[in-house]
Every structure is written in structure tokens, then in C-alpha cells.
Design a protein around this ligand. Sequence first.
Ligand SMILES: Nc1nc2c(ncn2[C@@H]2O[C@H](COP(=O)(O)OP(=O)(O)O)[C@@H](O)[C@H]2O)c(=O)[nH]1
Ligand SMILES: [Mg+2]
Length: 695
Amino acid sequence: MLEFQTENIRNIALIGHGDAGKTSMVEGFLFSTKEINRLGTVDDGTTVSDYNSDEIDRKFSISTSLMHCVRESTKINILDTPGYIDFTGEVKSGLHPVEISALVVSSVAGIEVGTELVWGYTQKSKKPSLVILNKLDKDNSKFQDILLNLRNTLTTKVFPVQFPANEGAVFDSIVDVIDMKLHKYTGDKSGNYKKEDIPADLSGKAEELRNELKEIVAESDDDLLEKYLEEGDLTEDEFKNGLRKAIIDCNIFPLLCSSAELNVGPASILDFIIDYCPDPSMVGDIKATNPKAKEEQPVKVSADGPVSFQVFKTISEPHVGELSFFKCYSGAVKPGLELINNDNSVKERLGQIYSMNGHDRKEIARVEAGDIGAIVKLKDTHTGNTLSASNNPLEFRQIEFPNPVIRMAVKPKSKGDEEKLMSGLNKLHEEDPSFFVTVDTELHQTILSGQGEMHLEIVIKRLKNKLGVEVETEDPKVPFRETIRKTVKVQGKYKKQSGGRGQYGDTWIELSPKSRGDGFEFVDNIVGGVIPSKYIPAVEKGIKETMETGIVSGCPIVDVRVSLYDGSFHNVDSSDMAFKIAGSMAFKKAFVEANPILLEPIYEVEVIVPEDYMGDVMGDLSSRRGRILGTDSEGAFQVIKAHVPLMELYKYSTSLRSITSGRGLHRRKFSSYEEMPGDIKDKVIKEFEESKQQD
Ligand SMILES: Nc1nc2c(ncn2[C@@H]2O[C@H](COP(=O)(O)OP(=O)(O)O)[C@@H](O)[C@H]2O)c(=O)[nH]1
Ligand SMILES: [Mg+2]
């Protein structure tokens, strides 16, 4: 059976820092439920989830993949997200369609920057979460210490509903304080376990936790609390429903145990997910808007309603074309349906639909409300789009992708490939909306931006392998601005009066600086018609055109005032053209005399690092002309805020990774334009002069 009803579906996304063991754990889930018949490993490149050649080569996840398994007639859809900071956009698409996430933490490494980053994402989405401590088979595993750290830094609501009975190399048993049994695994990695009595030396601790848990459950609901206080206990059902409610309301983040390596734990985790995690209808109505009426129209997750679904990820597969991963929110998705894409009003007839396990697809007949599936060959439907019946137009919330932190310029290796390059990049943006492409008309460069250098490297590799476009990378140019310090008065005179019809335009202008951000002002102070008013717009035009391409660096001129206050004309030889040239000549001359300066974009940068690296990171920021604004603590980490010129931030994510051994990350946003120091200005101007000579 491959079709499931809403109550028999669970959707969960595994999130966490890279190397915590998420991808390996998925193998455990699939092998324990006989979805696969051999337990693959990341090191051999044989996992279901990391099936891309890029992932196999690098031995870590790059894109979110979709798997599912079936246990006790329940289908569990699992989204495995990458932990590497370069691919956090994928975490956002993985979290979007699920009701609950599982934060996987290594019981050796503990909380890392990626742990806090993705935890922040789930908290922002207000979705419940499990916490899974993995690698409990390691001799240096520290269950208790890390539990305390999690409670101190993430939330005090992390609660161990399990603890390991024999942490370390011999790990094969977990004490479960919900069923108050020992889950003893068979030792053959099959994922089979037997429930035994809790050994006497651990029963005290189990009892204590069980009582604490019961109180948390009772407090999840006023009626339950009253009953608990009166009768001193809860029935099995009350406990079960209460625990689920406490999880949904984020009053508790249950902590579970695992060794993905030994496949000890994943099966118990699945049982926990089935019994205590919400089915898709339990988290309330889904926010949506009616684009026609422009009003909110929440959607009840139910197979009885009219069909609606949202695409949360698009991948392109050789021989298949685009494969859209979707979540059905209401009704049932079936091949042959004709629906409307509410984002672009395109009608789509649905083709085959599939249930996925990494690379493997199985064709299915329907996907019901709450379930996740994949569909091929939609005409014009992209990540984030909602499809529904035309008499029920709907749009679900968009996925928010993180701001890019790195830019890179590219050009095609072979001339003439420009169009192919753009269409290829646009296609890849479809697959991965956390990478952006812009054609910068000011800088004359095609700029890629994304989450890290590796992120863009992968984009470039895919461009070559999948779409046959090879590119060269270049340093992205920085959009400087030119302006002045001094007020000057100059004449610009254009005169050509030898033979034939002459040219004559004569202008006197005063050029003066304006405050930062005030832009350009042109003032006509001509009196007595020394320049006829019909020529004045031409003077202004000549000046504006000169400003656009700049004078000393090739970047636009800003924040200046020009007053045209004198000049002369010729009855026959004057023309718009002559005055335009005269204006431009006057402006160029004035600008170089007016003490030109360069403004450069300054970014506000936040670097998040463990305390030990603060000194090194601040030193490095200062060497990049950064101005430290302050430091703050964020969970287990320190946040350093600084203003840094964009020019100095090229490949910063890579340097930061090497300074902090991969434990730091940064965010950035544009702040303002500021004057560039003289020596650097001179260098930029010199480079511009040289590049002009080459052209
Ligand atoms: N000893 C041990 N190693 C593990 C365990 N889980 C994963 N690993 C190893 O840790 C590395 C990273 O695992 P992976 O599943 O790719 O982590 P992910 O980045 O979170 O997906 C691989 O070398 C795995 O073999 C575990 O429970 N115990
Ligand atoms: Mg992985």
C-alpha cells in the first residue's frame, strides 16, 4: 500500500550541524522498516539520501532529499537537510512542509554553530521539534554534559524521554521513560529491539524522569492538570494525548537517543514519532490567502476539501526533467487533474506522481491531504507556487530563504554562450532559490550570490555538467561612488567654427558637494538670456550622462549640486548638441578640480563564533578595515558586529572557515556608503586608468 490517509502520515525534517549523523540515521530508519535491504554508509557513498555525485564525492549532504518509510501502517516522510553552512537554504525548504523537525546533535561534538543556526530556523517557524543525541556508541560520547548544554543554551524545555543504558562502544540499550522499558537492540544492526525490564541500577533515575515528565504533561492542559492534582495520576490515554499536545505546543522538546552507526535507536525514534508526533491535521489550519479576494483563507488539512498543494522544492534529473516535490494540504492530488497555478495563472494538467526514496521513485495513484510526493513535467510551476482548483484560488506562504553572504562574477568561457548562461543560471535558481543571479548593468558583470563559496562552486559545476555551459569566475567589481569635497567654478566651452556649419556652446558652472545621500541637483541660474532657455536641458543632459559613467573610477557620481550661472551662445552655430558637450566638458573639468573622493559600500557584518575564536576573528576584521561595533552573546556563542567595506569581504566565508576551523559563520547586510581612505582610493583610480588603456 502506498497511499495513506492524513491520520497515518507523519512529516519530519532532520536538521543539525554537518557530521551529526542525519544522513546515516535516515539509513537506519529505512533499514529498520525494510524499506531498503542494506544499511548504506556516508563513507562508502551508498546512502539513499546522499545520492548526488557531488554528495558522494564530498561525503556530506548538499541538497535536501525526500525519503519515506512505513511502520505500523503509518507513512513517515523524512526530509534530510544538509548541515554545511553553505547550504542552509536547503534547510528552509526542508522545514517548510513538515509539522515537526528533529535536531540531530553529535554527543561528541555537542552544540555547534550550525546547531544553533538551524535551531533558530525552527524556533522562528514556531514548529515543534525533537532533539536526537547521536553517536552514543563513541567512547568519548557525553550524553549528560550535552543534555545540560542543550538545556542551558537552546531551551530548558529539552527533556530526556530516553537515556542510554550503556553509552560507549557497547551501546545497545536505551531506557525509555515513556513505556518504562529498556529497548534492547539485537546487535546485528537490523533495528530490531525487544522491550525488557529496566535494570535495577537505572530504575531510580527512570522513575524520577517519568514523574517529572508526567508533571510536564499534566501542565500542558488545564483540565488535565486539575485531574492530575485531584487524582495524583493520569490514565495511559491522558498521558499519551497530553504528551502529544505538549510537543505540538512546544512546551517540551523530547530528547531521544541514537547510534546511527550501530542502528541502535532509529527504530525507537520511529515508534516515538508514530505515537507522539502530530499528524498533519493536528497543527491547526494552514495559513493561505485567496489571491482573487486578497484575503486570508486558512486551509483545513483534510482529504475532504478541494485539492490544493504547494511545491517546496524543485530538482532536475537527467532523463526525467524537472521533478517538483510538493505537499498536499487538502483534497487529494491525482494524475490527470487540471489545476491552476495561482502565482502565474497558468493551467497545469497533472502528470505522474511519485513517492520518493532519495533517487528512487515509485509511481502512485494519489497523494492525500498532509502527504508529501513528487510530480514530473509541470509546465510552468516553480518552488513556492500553489496549485488548486480554479474555483478555489489559493496561495500558501512562501518559503523565506536566507540572505546571500557571498558574491562572485562569472562569464561564459566561449563567447556567444551568454544566453545559454543566463537560461542555465535561471534554471538552477529554480532548483535552489537560495542562490541568486543578477546582471549588473553598472558593473557589466553577471553576479552570482549565495551562501558560501562551495555553494557557488556547486552551482558552477552543475551548470557545466547538467547544462553544458562552462564559465570563468572573476572577482566581483565593487560598486563605488564618486563625489567631491570642494566647490569650484569653471567654464566649459565647445567651439568649432571652421568651415561649414559651426558648433558653439559656452557654459559657466559652479559645482559643489551635497550631503551624503542627497543625490544630484541642477539649478538654472541664468539671467538675461545669456544662454537661451531652450538649450538649458541639453546642458543638464550632458552633465547627467557624464555622471552615470563617472570620471575617475568608472562608477557613478553622486551627491553634487551644479549651478549653471553664465555662458554665451551663437545665433547660428549653437545647438542642443553643442550645449550638451559644453556642459559635459565643464562638469569633467570642475570635477577633477573639486577634490574628488570615492565612496565605498560598507556592510554590517555579524560573525557568530565560539568564544575562543573571538580574538582571531576581531583581529582579522580589523585587518580588513573593519570597525568593530560591539559584541554580544547568542546562546553558546559570541556575536561580533562590525562595519566592513564590501571590497574587503571577498571570499570572507572561506577565510572565516579557516580561522575558526569551520565553527564560525557570518551574516551581512548593506549599511551605507562611506569615504574610502586616500591610499586605497589612489590604487582604485590607478587600476581604472590602466584598464582604460587596455581597452
Ligand atoms: N561512530 C558513529 N559515527 C557516526 C554515527 N552517525 C554518523 N556517523 C559518522 O559520522 C559521519 C557523518 O555522518 P552523516 O550521516 O553524513 O552526518 P550528517 O552530516 O549529519 O548527515 C560519517 O562518517 C558517519 O559514518 C554514529 O552514530 N556513530
Ligand atoms: Mg547529511
